[in-house]
Design a binder for this molecule. Structure first.
Ligand SMILES: [Zn+2]
Length: 110
């Protein structure tokens, strides 16, 4: 098992502690922020895999780049892809709904 611990400066004055471990196809991410404490996926570790700029501490840019590759081939990668696909569909539906409301305005008032 590989394990990396580092900190991310969030909105609170104290930075959050993030721990990411990988064992085979299993990737585990823990964070001690309020969301993370409730086991809700939080931006502090999601940001790592989305390449988001955050204030990282206790990890070098090279280590961070290596860490980003850890998601490949894990169960998290596959579920993550499903979530992203779901978000794409939601966006498409929102655009469709806006277009329908525009159409409604046209048929009512034009
Ligand atoms: Zn967090």
């Amino acid at each position: 098992m590989e394990k990396v611990s580092f900190q991310v400066q969030g909105s609170a004055s104290e930075p959050y502690n993030v721990e990411i471990s990988r064992s085979g196809s299993r990737l585990q991410c823990k964070c001690d922020c309020p969301a993370g404490e409730k086991r809700t996926p939080c931006k502090h570790w999601k940001g790592v895999f989305e390449g988001e700029k955050q204030k990282y501490m206790g990890i070098s840019p090279d280590e961070l780049a290596d860490l980003r590759t850890w998601i490949t081939g894990t169960d998290v990668e596959y579920v993550w892809a499903e979530i992203k696909e779901n978000e794409r569909m939601q966006d498409a539906l929102k655009r469709e709904k806006s277009a329908l409301f525009a159409k409604l305005k046209r048929v009512m008032w034009e």
